[in-house]
Design a protein around this ligand. Structure first.
Ligand code: 4NP
Length: 176
């Protein structure tokens, strides 16, 4: 789809889970892939982080990297913990489960940020898969394939919504 967007319009999205080695790196990689596929790379800034600090500096869990690779996606993130400063940098924070959502809301309350915090599953257009991406860390490989499918479906819905927002903003703002 060829849409003419204001060149300066950019939406920043941070995907957040607990450890930043399984679910949110997958969400970051899948969302980036979908954005590139739509030719919208210049209009998005995409990152991921964890509410916990146990895995800071680590590459994604091998099982997450493998399932992504099986679907043609490379994961190249390094784990980091969410910082208060992120609330000044991101328009959206997308949480994998309610515990992540609560932790983000608590951190946001210490700032004057209006960053929107949502659950990834709330963007699933079918909405029949529950409202959380289950934590696959202590399970087997099939849990990672399930997480991949849930994240992929929700990321497609999220991109559709954010693309509509970009088009609306583009119509409201003159080209620079
Ligand atoms: P994630 O998965 O939040 O999807 O990255 C986890 C990774 C590590 C741990 C828990 C969940 N952990 O307990 O170390």
């Amino acid at each position: 789809m060829n849409i003419s967007l204001n060149e300066t319009l950019k939406t920043s999205v941070l995907f957040v889970c607990l450890g930043n080695i399984c679910r949110s790196p997958l969400a970051e990689g899948i969302f980036r892939y979908l954005v590139e596929e739509e030719g919208l790379g210049d209009h998005f800034s995409i990152d991921s982080a964890g509410t916990g600090a146990w895995h800071v500096g680590e590459r994604p869990d091998g099982r997450a990297s493998l399932v992504a690779q099986q679907h043609g996606i490379n994961l190249d993130s390094r784990a980091r913990q969410v910082q208060k400063e992120d609330f000044g940098r991101f328009d959206y924070m997308i949480a994998m489960d309610r515990e992540n959502l609560r932790a983000l809301e608590e951190l946001r309350s210490e700032t004057n940020s209006d960053t929107q915090i949502t659950l990834l599953c709330s963007h699933d257009p079918n909405g029949d898969n529950g409202d959380e991406i289950p934590d696959p860390y202590y399970g087997g490989a099939s849990g990672f394939e399930n997480v991949y499918q849930l994240v992929h479906q929700s990321c497609k819905g999220l991109l559709q919504q954010l693309r509509c927002r970009l088009i609306t903003l583009s119509r409201l703002r003159p080209q620079s």
